[in-house]
Structures are given as C-alpha cells and as structure tokens.
Design a protein around this ligand. Sequence first.
Ligand code: ATP
Length: 308
Amino acid sequence: MLNKIVEVKHLSHKYSVDWAIRDINFEIKENGVFGLLGSNGAGKSTTMNIICNVLTQTEGDVFINGINLREHPIEAKKFIGFLPQKAPLHTEMTVDEYLYHCADIRLMPKKEIPKAMERAKEKCGITHFSKRQIRNLSGGYQQRVGIAQAIIHNPLFVILDEPTNGLDPNQIVEVRRLIREIAKDRAVLISTHILPEVQAVCDYIMMIEHGQKVFEGTINAFNTYMSPSALLTIMHNAPSSEELMKIEGVVRVERLTNTRIRLHFRGDDSIIGRVVKQAVSNHWHLREISLEKESLDKVFAKLSGKDA
Ligand SMILES: Nc1ncnc2c1ncn2[C@@H]1O[C@H](COP(=O)(O)OP(=O)(O)OP(=O)(O)O)[C@@H](O)[C@H]1O
C-alpha cells in the first residue's frame, strides 16, 4: 500500500503555558492544494512549523511519506519543501547563485544541481532572470524564487506559509497560478487567512480556529456553507406573509418594504421555480427575483463559531 504523503496525528503544541494548537488530525493522500485556513493567531504557523520540523511539537506525531518526522527528521525532510512567511532569500545573490546554494544545503549531489536548477526555474518562470540579483526583482518574482527553492529537490510535499502575503493584485494572480501548477506534481499545503485565496487555489480545506479544527473537507463541501439562503423579490401585488410561508422551503418572510420581500429558505435553489410559479398563477406581479449569497466573511464566522 502507498504511504500517505502527510499524516498528522493528535498534534498539540503549547508555548510556555498556553496551548497554541490542540489535537489536530489530518491526512494528505494525493497531489493538489490543501489549504490551512484560519484567522490571525489561529495556529496555522505553529502547525506548519511543526510539519516542516522548524518547531518540535509538545504532543502528537507527523509522518511524511510514512516516516516519523520527530524520529527520523533527516529522512523525512528529504520529501519536504518549505517557503516560510518571510522568504529566506539572500537578496545580494543572483537567482542562480541562490538556487545553487539552496540545493547545496539540501545536500543534493553536485552533479544533479544544474539540472534541478533549470527544472525549478522553468517551472517558476524565472529562467530569464537567472543572472539577476534577487534584490532587483519585483515582489512577485522574489516570491517565485522562494517557491523555486522550495521545489529545487523535487519534493513530494511543499509547504507555503501565506504565499501571497504582501503582493500586489497582479502578482497574487500569478503566484496563485504557479501554486496550482506546482501542485500538479505534488501535494502543496498553503496557509492563508484570505478566503478568496482558498476559493482560487485550494482543492481541499482544513480550517482551524483557536488551535482547533473547525472544518475539513473539499472545496465543494466548503462551498455548501455558502449556499444561498435567501431570495430577494420585488412583487407589486405581494400576498400576505402567511401565504408566502406556504411555499415549500420558505422558513421566514422578511418584509423590507411593501414590494421588496426577502424569503429565507432551506434546501436548494429549486425554490425559485416554485416562487415564480405561485407568483404567476396568483398574480403577485413579480418584477424581480434574485438569490442572496452569504459573504465569505460570514461563512468564515459561521465555521469558526463567531457568527452572532
Ligand atoms: N513563540 C511563541 N511564543 C508564545 N506564543 C506564541 C508563539 N508563537 C505563537 N504563539 C501564540 O500561539 C497562537 C497561535 O499562533 P500562530 O502564529 O501559530 O497563529 P497563525 O494562525 O499562524 O497566525 P498568523 O496568521 O498571525 O501568523 C497565538 O495565540 C500566538 O500568540
């Protein structure tokens, strides 16, 4: 049987007296982007730092490709690439000098390094900047160099801590595209507190809040939390609320004005058809009907239990 790429079991960590994370469990079995989502201070960096062996956990185990990270760190780390929140770039070096240095400290055989550098640079779209000093690259390209160093040894698993932090909107789009690209060949774990980022790049999501897991599932499962839950209608001859409550699925009627009515509902959006049908046959003079989607922030609050 194939090893899981990552297996995290009962992971807990405390700094001095306070637990930063408590009993975190998850597995990554296939390539793709796995998002670790949480607000500031939720415990993302603590989790990431343990998984890449920068920090040693108080309790629990991490297995990388079946190898216990705490017991066999050198073997396990061969399968990991890491880009911390602040990229560890030597900005006075050229891209080539820096990538060579990174491959070297990863103990790659010297004769394999040039090929590995070419592969990483090509994947990250930085080949044309090989001889450029890193300090003279834009923030987006510096981040690409950071990602190139994380994949230089062609690891099974790459960890990127808030990889689009501090980039401008165009650079964000480019770096997200690159993350999707490198995730075709490996599992990528990214941490973020930006919900649109999750929508844009992740296949699978785990959300932590106050150090504990509050959600885990596919992006589709996550999206069900954003399923529309209200219909905004404009009816020039609106019936009574009692009448509207008789429509299957309607759970509450909110009268905003005489003609603008919000219908809160349960279930899928087939309710639109039922409302339209009733409106036509009862001459309610329906002029507009639209689904109201919950904002991402609201979903976040709901999942993390902060929803008032
Ligand atoms: N070195 C440390 N010493 C003491 N407490 C710490 C330390 N590092 C983090 N913490 C605390 O642990 C908790 C989790 O922090 P962590 O940095 O893992 O969260 P995070 O989700 O990565 O947040 P951010 O997005 O702000 O980086 C927080 O309450 C934080 O204050």
